[in-house]
Design a protein around this ligand. Structure first.
Ligand code: GAP
Length: 455
């Protein structure tokens, strides 16, 4: 990472902490490596992202239904899926610094003892590569023995595969159709890093889209377009997303084709989402190992077959990070007094911004202004997340909202309450974050105007 990009990343991490987006987990006890907590702003941002994904994928389509599987599953699931034996990364240990590193990262990871050198080229004495399983194991029941062992799920997908028949029968879907799920996944990553990019506990937004084998490749391309459109609609331009067609030999062995969508993070262009054509691998494995039918009967052709699967699998936390990186901007502006100032702004798409509207009475010691501002708050609150602020100069209140990415601020002033320019009574000042332009709007039109701009 070059110095500028490093500084940008450091600033983003620091803003996230300072403004209540993301904190290190268990911070007062020294933290827990690779685990993060979302604060008041972060939880709203992530929720808006997940809600929009759900709306696009489930609510607005007839051919996809949702589910919410448990994190704990029968160990047999992970044996059948191959995770127990193959979900691992090769790693090496350094006998000198006691560090453990992923083999594919040693050229990019600084040596903990000599950060001027990368692990691959430092003098430390290294072991041969060994496979390290990424699943967290646990025990279900009081006995911590082999019979009670299972794992925290490392992906949400498997619950969808093993519930395929139940969902098919209860939802009465016909191929092609999909099952969508958002949920936590856990991986004991060897080197969690880059803030929330690679963590040990994270959230996935996954679809398993089942189809006839003859449609697999064309549906994969349809999904690619659909997913690129999604990122554009949350404010990540297509030009910043690179589609990586994973070459033969580098894909998972069961994948017939995979596209990785990669975003230009400050620390490099890296995976945001994978869209994999997983063939009939998963359903076949679970059908064989469980002995239960997971095939499909097509009425029209009287054909019985195991459906193929297209899997768009996105990381919610990685997308949050991409949204933060895309939105973060520092700019120089001139204050009303003509002084040069630095403005830090998060230019979130209004749809995903944590707070949609800041509401300010011009002065806090003027009861009529305060009362009116509370009325406006009550009017907007059922529709949007709003933030009431009466502290400090109005310019500073704007800056505070800029820093958390609030797209609109409404100021209740003397005109609103009819104390100056009576013809402007019942109008408010609406300030737009990106242009910083202010305009007057009749209170009556405020809600519908904001609704139009935000959704
Ligand atoms: N079911 C397929 C699957 O899990 P994956 O490529 O391993 O595929 C899908 O994961 C997505 O989950 C990734 O593109 C990424 O966005 C997210 N993800 C994976 N590991 C992660 C980690 N350690 N931290 C944060 N997000 C992660």
């Amino acid at each position: 990472m070059n110095k500028n990009h490093e500084t940008r990343m450091e600033k983003i991490v620091s803003l996230c902490k300072r403004r209540g987006f993301i904190f290190p987990s268990s911070e007062i006890y020294g933290g827990l490596n690779g685990v993060w907590d979302y604060g008041p702003m972060g939880v709203e941002l992530k929720k808006n992202l997940k809600d929009f994904w759900w709306r696009r994928i489930v609510r607005e389509r007839d051919d996809i239904v949702g589910m919410d599987g448990a994190i704990l599953m029968n160990r047999a699931v992970w044996q059948a899926s191959g995770h127990e034996t193959t979900f691992s990364d090769p790693m090496i240990d350094c006998k000198t610094c006691q560090g453990r590193f992923r083999v594919d990262q040693i050229h990019a990871l600084p040596c903990p003892q000599k950060p001027s050198k990368m692990v691959a080229s430092c003098e430390g004495e290294k072991t041969e590569p060994r496979d390290f399983n990424l699943m967290f194991s646990t025990h279900v029941g009081p006995m911590a023995d082999e019979a009670n062992k299972t794992y925290l799920r490392p992906e949400t997908a498997q619950a969808i595969f093993v519930q395929f028949r139940n969902v098919l029968e209860t939802s009465r879907q016909k191929l092609p159709f999909g099952i969508a799920q958002i949920g936590k996944a856990f991986r004991n990553e060897i080197n969690p890093r880059n803030f929330i990019f690679r963590s040990r506990e994270f959230e996935q937004m996954e679809v398993e889209y089942f189809c006839h084998p003859r449609e697999g490749f064309s549906l994969l391309d349809t999904w690619l377009e659909e997913r690129l459109r999604f990122y554009e609609d949350i404010g990540i331009p297509r030009s910043k997303i690179h589609v990586h067609d994973i070459p033969d030999g580098e894909r998972a062995f069961y994948s017939l084709k995979t596209y990785d969508l990669e975003y230009e993070f400050p620390f490099g262009t890296q995976e945001l989402e994978g869209i994999a054509y997983r063939s009939d691998y998963d359903l076949t494995e679970h059908m064989t190992k469980s002995g239960k039918p997971l095939d499909y009967f097509e009425e029209t052709t009287k054909e019985k077959f195991i459906p193929h699967v297209i899997e768009p699998s996105a990381g919610a936390d990685r997308t949050v990070l991409a949204l933060l990186c895309e939105a973060f901007e520092e700019e120089e502006i001139f204050s009303e007094q003509g002084e040069r100032e630095e403005r830090l702004v998060l230019r979130f798409h209004p749809r995903i911004a944590p707070i949609k509207v800041g509401i300010f009475p011009l002065l806090k010691n003027k009861p009529a202004l305060v009362q009116k501002a509370h009325e406006v708050k009550q009017m907007l609150r059922p529709h949007f997340s709003v933030f009431y602020d009466e502290a400090g100069a109005i310019g500073r209140r704007y800056r505070r909202q800029d820093e958390i990415g609030t797209p609109f601020c409404v100021t209740i002033d003397f005109e609103t309450i009819g104390e100056s320019s009576p013809h402007l009574q019942e109008t408010v000042t609406l300030r737009e974050r990106d242009s910083m332009k202010q305009r007057r709007l009749p209170l009556q039109e405020l809600l519908s105007y904001l609704q139009e701009q935000i959704f």
